[in-house]
Ligand binder design. Structure first.
Ligand code: SF4
Length: 115
């Protein structure tokens, strides 16, 4: 997925199930309604969003609602697994496991406190 699609999807995802009017989104990205509509259709075909036809100020338009939230690497930034010295030995059912790992537990607790 190209960068523009990813950015737009992340933005739409921020509105969760409420969605956002496509005209509002195009203003944010300084897109013409033609380019914006093409992008919305592309995202819909990719299964990332749904387009819901609605009447807004006596005009038909579309509300864009996220279907699949794009995966962001931000969620794993700072994870101890990325620099773990025993990562090669780590598995769900192994002796070294995320189920019993103190590093991962500490990291999750810090992340939760920061949110
Ligand atoms: S879960 Fe713990 S032991 Fe396993 S890779 Fe991550 S930091 Fe290392």
């Amino acid at each position: 997925m190209d960068k523009m699609c990813n950015r737009v999807c992340e933005n739409i995802a921020g509105y969760e199930s409420d969605g956002i009017l496509q005209s509002q989104l195009w203003k944010k990205y300084k897109l013409s309604s033609r380019d914006g509509s093409r992008l919305a259709l592309k995202l819909e075909r990719m299964g990332m969003i749904t387009r819901e036809k609605i009447l807004e100020k006596e005009r038909w338009t579309y509300k864009l609602i996220i279907k699949k939230t794009p995966i962001s690497t931000k969620s794993i930034e700072g994870s101890p697994c990325l620099t773990c010295p025993v990562e090669a030995k780590c598995s769900l059912d192994g002796e070294v496991s995320p189920k019993t790992c103190q590093w991962i537990e500490d990291w999750v607790m810090i992340e939760l406190k920061n949110k």
